[in-house]
Ligand binder design. Structure first.
Ligand code: EPZ
Length: 432
């Protein structure tokens, strides 16, 4: 029987069965690059951001800065921004639909212009993802906040310092508040903040811009400035890309050296990598060697805010644990519905039961190649990982999700020996 199938977006074709071997450099962090690029809105001076990964979310951010009036030049992993001619404070209606992190334009636009108009973000496949905490902060800081016609209208007469406690820990909520307060003189205090490495990297930049920032546990004291300065900054390595490549190495029982990693950002992940049967060798301050002792131990994983186990690594571990010897339990405490990869992994023979925020994984001997769908950024990565270790060929469809958050992942994997190809959109496949 001949099957001819048409694919409307790009796909990855993955041949299972190779052990990853070799050395690869991890890219700069996506989730540090985005807030740092939005910070350039705060100043009229030139800024240079280095080691920025070349991916869709960065392109969306560069396009938005250009729309607002900044002069942006982006060569390789260097982004130069001249923000002096930014005149607009309203962002296009499709901005947030294309990239929800565009909500990070609120804080800097409101800080620089006293007003901002940003589309209200919808939910996405991993959950409703409200921004009530962001808006609550802005109103407590004295801004008028109005949501109408699917947009958020913010304006503030006179900027003043504020003391604010988040009701829950939110990464971009914390970042939006810090961006805004960098342009507010006087002593402000934020409590119950997120302390992810990406937030700390943004704080480094805000200090370079002239803000005084002290961090004590989950409390931040910040004194902003009326004239934030330009800066040069190299973003931290992408700990989630590093973790993703570690899982791919262990599950294929390979042996890989990762350069440009910060082991301190990966504590919880490294512990679980060792527990599952990985062997971790820290090689100085920015290189890690990963291999496997051949074991496939089941695990219990409960995601949590940093320094807990990162939700962005949950899907990748779920793929690996599908092949563990025994039952694993994964609890997703951060997002409401971040198990879409489970249905796809099941098509490959995984045995996983999801109940609410908990997944019970009965390890199986082997999984088989299949045609699977990406639903969100990290789910796509988990399907690629499953494809590397499945018997036969896996077709991972709709990989624009992957391109949003990983810089040329398939090239990195190919360099490590994986048999993986990107298929152009509108490809037709015929199987026997
Ligand atoms: C950031 O998203 C990351 N994105 C996410 O990475 C990451 O998964 C997430 O933090 C958690 O670590 C960027 O940094 C660009 P949250 P963010 O606000 O800030 C609820 C990836 O894969 N919440 O910390 O949107 C929210 O619904 C992406 O790179 C409210 O209820 O996450 C969620 O359940 C995916 N009200 C929880 O808090 C709010 O006002 C954590 O969300 C804000 C958040």
């Amino acid at each position: 029987m001949r099957i001819t199938t048409y694919y409307t977006s790009e796909s990855l074709l993955v041949e299972g069965g190779t052990r990853l071997k070799g050395r690869v450099r991890v890219s700069g962090s996506k989730n540090a690059s985005l807030p740092v690029l939005f910070a350039t809105i705060l100043t009229e001076e030139r800024c240079l951001v280095e080691d920025v990964p070349v991916l869709l979310d960065v392109k969306n951010t560069v396009d938005l800065l250009t729309f607002l009036g900044a002069e942006v030049s982006w060569e390789g992993n260097r982004v130069q921004v001249d923000p002096k001619d930014i005149k607009r404070w309203d962002t296009p209606k499709d901005t947030v639909r294309r990239m929800r992190a565009s909500i990070l334009s609120m804080g800097p636009l409101l800080s620089r212009f006293g007003r901002a108009v940003v589309p209200m973000p919808g939910g996405c496949s991993i959950g409703p993802r409200p921004i009530d905490q962001h808006l609550k902060f802005f109103s407590e800081a004295g801004a008028r906040v109005e949501v109408r016609d699917g947009k958020v209208f913010l304006d503030v007469e006179r900027k003043r310092p504020v003391e604010f406690t988040f009701d829950l820990i939110t990464v971009t909520g914390t970042e939006n508040a810090l961006l805004y307060l960098t342009g507010v003189e006087g002593r402000s205090v934020l409590r119950n903040v997120a302390i992810e490495p990406e937030v700390m990297d943004l704080i480094e930049v805000l200090r370079k811009m002239g803000a005084e920032v002290e961090v004590e546990g989950r409390t931040v004291l910040i004194r902003g400035t009326s004239a934030p300065k330009g800066f040069t900054h190299r973003v931290i390595p992408d700990r989630i890309e590093a973790g993703t490549l570690m899982v791919a190495t262990v599950v294929t029982e390979g042996e890989v050296i990762l350069d440009n990693v910060n082991p301190e950002h990966l504590g919880a992940v490294l512990e679980k990598i060792e527990e599952v049967g990985g062997v971790v060798e820290i090689r100085g301050k920015d290189s890690i060697r990963i291999s496997s002792n051949g074991k496939r131990n089941p695990l219990e994983i409960i995601t949590g805010e940093y320094p807990g186990f990162p939700t962005d690594m949950q899907a990748q571990f779920t793929a690996m644990l599908s092949l563990a010897e025994g039952r694993s339990r994964v609890v997703e405490t951060i997002f409401e519905s971040r198990f879409h990869h489970v249905a796809e992994l099941s098509k490959m023979g995984a045995n996983i039961k999801v109940k609410g925020r908990e997944a019970l994984i009965e390890g199986v001997e082997r999984i088989f190649g299949a045609e699977v769908h990406s639903t969100d950024l990290r789910a796509s990565a988990s399907l690629v990982i499953a494809g590397l270790v499945a018997e036969g060929t896996t077709l991972v469809r709709d990989i624009y999700h992957l391109d949003r958050g990983y810089e040329r992942l398939e090239e990195k994997l190919k360099k490590l020996g994986a048999r993986i190809e990107r298929l152009p959109s509108k490809v037709t496949l015929s199987g026997s």
